[in-house]
Design a protein around this ligand. Structure first.
Ligand code: NAD
Length: 733
């Protein structure tokens, strides 16, 4: 055999061991070469009488992360090329055959006549876990790092190498669908309880355990290939099946609003596949897989949520000339809601933290937040008491600025007041080292303005977290006019260390994410004032693909904050900078009705104790007119909610706030949940086509006003037939 990605050896008992260990890579991935070599291994095991069976394992810390998604992207390009050269039918046939190679290979392994066992430690996901599922026996290591799962749905795909069929034959249909829809990573014991693995063993015994199973006469026939096999939930067309499928359809609709073709393909693959013998079932799955692989949703999600996010996490925007920095000790000034979260995520990443507030009591209160968060982790079995002790020992609560003197980075999260911030900047700079970077977590104040209070504007940068800090994965790094490259690099290195995703944006009011999200909230207010039933506004937001409706989101952000920002904007930019109807609505809610949002359990919603929130019935009284729901065009509501955000994103590009489309897309999904199936706010425009988008926006502008006007950069792009990504690539070249 000619192997470079596997080692292959046979022991004295005649049991082969195929160790997957790709040279020059930290993680095994499925590539065409890996498929070729695995096929050779299957042939060798099947064809050699002296070999009893084979164990597949990994020579690395992890088993494998699955298929190389860039390979799948390449398949799409090849399809387009063939279609242009040889026509649709030939291209489709080629695409179908290529996209099912892995499925056929795994089936060949499963039916080759010799028993295969997978010995898994570390991460084993996607196509790699489908390989394990095709093996007749699976042993998982019991260590803390081992995880299995089929996360394809998260990038708009589904497990198309037998995953849907094998999982649906291993467990109850409802559980299988849930596993495939959620795409979660599953711990070893849980996997065993779910029927996904046969045994759990200590890390250094997984191979021996798998070999022992073969030696003990493990069967080379999968249970579903045994005549009279019965699926755990029985037949699809049966009383039991009728208890499963109608609700499964309803849940699918409720969760996806039909926006995710891959989720629908899971449902249909399992539904149709369970009625067929395995080979045919796999063919059905392959057909859906080929279709989904060519969908815009998969292309958009793979690009943004896998490729771009990976690139940004690895420092795609980091200034190349600055040597790597390391933040060992970070100062956090302001131990309120945000500061407490920043202290926790920093300490959690192993950094020493000085958490400073006006009094030691206030700082201790911020530290108590970290205590609460780790305790929650302990209660969920995800951390140990010793972890909590160690983490809390790393946070020093203080009211003395002198304690900041050894910090490598200081982040302020004090009140959103330029005067308070200026005073803090002065006090901090008086004690920290001359080359230490100072960052502000301001959400609205331009960094360039704040930097005027600094004696070292080059070392002054914005590090804008989202709330709650411990959950939100995005961090905006803001470059003020005077910000130097070392400040940007340090901020990026810090964000990488706390394992969040950074985007680098230029200074502007609201930076990137808050500008777009404000447009979403305003659109919800506009709809309310037009007389659209509030429940319809909220449903339209979710149907458009947003995680929550605009009124709900506004409650989370706090209504008084919105009003405060509107007033500050009016004071600085003049009355035309705010929408008078919106201001009046917020004044009524906040000042006259005392409704501040979720924080005081009264906002657009009421939050009764121990019951789900519900829309405040008094909203009707705030609507000058009320429309008949049947007269409202829901599709138009959905378009308004996405288009208004995408236009704002396009403006940030036109103004040079965002300079890389990857950042706008990743930032819009991670920062405010912009409909993930679109691939983000700019991909939404790119995949629709700029010309079509401009047409849509113009129609909305004619009906609803200037906030839908198309910025010049987008008009030019539409006229030239360009895309944000195409234009960015051209500029880079
Ligand atoms: P907060 O009111 O909860 O906390 C502010 C803290 O700063 C308080 O504990 C206060 O005692 C302390 N403080 C005030 N003056 C101080 C001083 N001179 N020295 C030391 N400590 C002082 O506010 P927050 O919501 O945590 O916001 C803090 C900053 O983060 C603001 O700039 C805000 O714009 C920004 N931000 C907030 C959010 C959010 O969702 N709340 C999101 C992103 C950014």
């Amino acid at each position: 055999m000619n192997l470079t990605n596997f080692r292959f050896e046979t022991d004295a008992d005649g049991i082969a061991l195929a160790t997957w260990d790709m040279p020059g890579r930290s993680m095994n991935v499925i590539t065409p070469e890996v498929m070729d070599e695995l096929a050779q291994i299957v042939d060798a095991v099947a064809g050699d009488e002296a070999i009893k069976g084979c164990v597949v394992t990994s020579g690395k810390d992890n088993f494998s992360g699955g298929a190389d998604l860039t390979m799948l992207q390449g398949l799409g390009r090849e399809y387009e090329r063939m279609r242009a050269e040889q026509g649709e039918e030939a291209a489709m046939r080629h695409f179908f055959e290529e996209s099912r190679r892995l499925s056929l290979l795994y089936r060949k392994l499963e039916t080759c006549g010799k028993p295969f066992a997978a010995a898994v430690s570390g991460v084993c996901l996607g196509g790699a876990f489908e390989l394990a599922l095709a093996c007749h026996h699976r042993v998982l290591s019991d260590d803390d790092k081992t995880r299995v799962g089929l996360p394809e749905i998260k990038v708009g795909l589904f497990p198309g190498a037998g995953g849907t069929q094998r999982v649906a034959r291993l467990m109850q249909t409802g559980d299988a669908l849930q596993m495939l829809f959620k795409g979660e990573q599953i711990r070893p014991l849980m996997a065993k309880n779910m029927g996904l693995a046969h045994a759990v063993a200590p890390k250094d015994e997984v191979v021996a355990s798998a070999k022992a199973w073969i030696k003990g006469g493990g069967s080379a026939v999968a249970s579903w290939d045994v005549p009279k096999f019965k699926a755990p939930s029985g037949k699809v067309y049966s009383p039991a099946g009728m208890m499963i499928w109608p609700p499964a359809n309803a849940i699918y609709r409720r969760e996806t609003h039909d926006n995710y073709p891959a989720a629908k393909a899971i449902l249909t693959s399992v539904y149709e596949g369970l009625q067929l013998p395995m080979d045919l079932a796999l063919k059905v799955e392959s057909r859906y897989f080929a279709k989904i692989l060519r969908s815009n949703e998969a292309a958009a999600m793979i690009r943004t949520l896998f490729i771009s996010m990976g690139e940004l996490n690895k420092g795609a925007r980091r200034p190349k000339d600055v040597a790597p920095t390391s933040v060992r000790k970070v100062g956090v000034v302001g131990a309120g809601f945000m500061g407490a979260g920043v202290a926790y995520v920093s300490a959690n990443a192993g950094m020493e933290v000085v958490l400073l507030d006006q009094s030691v009591e206030a700082a201790e209160k911020g530290k108590a937040y970290a205590h609460k968060l780790v305790t929650n982790q302990i209660n969920k079995g995800r951390a140990k008491t010793a972890d909590r002790d160690a983490l809390l020992a790393r946070i020093q609560a203080s009211a003395d600025y002198a304690d900041l003197k050894d910090c490598d980075l200081v982040i302020e999260a004090v009140f959103e007041d330029p005067k308070v911030k200026a005073e803090v900047i002065g006090k901090v700079e008086a004690v920290i080292g001359a080359d230490v970077i100072f960052a502000s977590n301001t959400s609205t104040l331009p960094i360039t303005g704040l930097a005027k209070a600094s004696g070292r504007p080059e070392q002054f940068v914005g590090i804008h977290f989202f709330s709650p800090v411990e959950k939100m994965m995005l961090v905006e790094i803001i470059r003020g006019e005077g910000t130097g490259e070392r400040a940007i690099a340090t901020a990026l290195d810090y964000v990488r260390a706390i394992k969040k995703t950074p985007i680098v944006v230029n200074d502007s009011r609201g930076f990137f994410a808050n500008r777009c999200v404000t447009a979403y909230l305003l659109e919800g207010h506009k709809m309310l004032l037009e007389g659209v039933p509030p429940a319809m506004i909220e449903a339209a937001g979710r149907m458009a693909g947003m995680p929550v409706g605009p009124l709900s989101l506004n409650d989370e952000v706090a209504l008084d904050l919105g009003l405060k920002i509107a007033k500050a904007t009016e004071a600085q930019l003049g009355p035309e900078a705010v929408d008078p109807g919106q201001k009046q609505l917020l004044v009524e809610l906040v000042e006259n009705q005392g409704r501040l949002g979720r924080k005081n359990k009264k906002g657009f919603y009421d939050y009764p104790e121990g019951a789900p929130k519900r829309l405040w019935p008094g909203l009707k009284g705030l609507q000058p007119t009320r429309l008949d729901p049947d007269s409202v065009d829901v599709e138009e509501l959905k378009h308004r909610l996405l288009v208004v955000q995408a236009l704002e994103a396009a403006r940030t590009v036109g103004e040079g706030v965002v300079t890389d489309p990857r950042e706008a897309d990743v930032g819009s999904i991670l920062g405010f949940g912009f409909a993930p199936f679109t691939g983000g706010a700019l991909s939404y425009i790119d995949f629709m086509g700029a010309e079509a988008f401009v047409g849509l926006a113009r129609g909305l502008e004619a009906k609803h006003g200037a906030r839908f006007s198309v910025p010049d950069n987008l008009l030019r792009m539409a006229e030239a037939g360009g895309t944000f990504y195409g234009d960015a690539a051209q500029q880079a070249a």
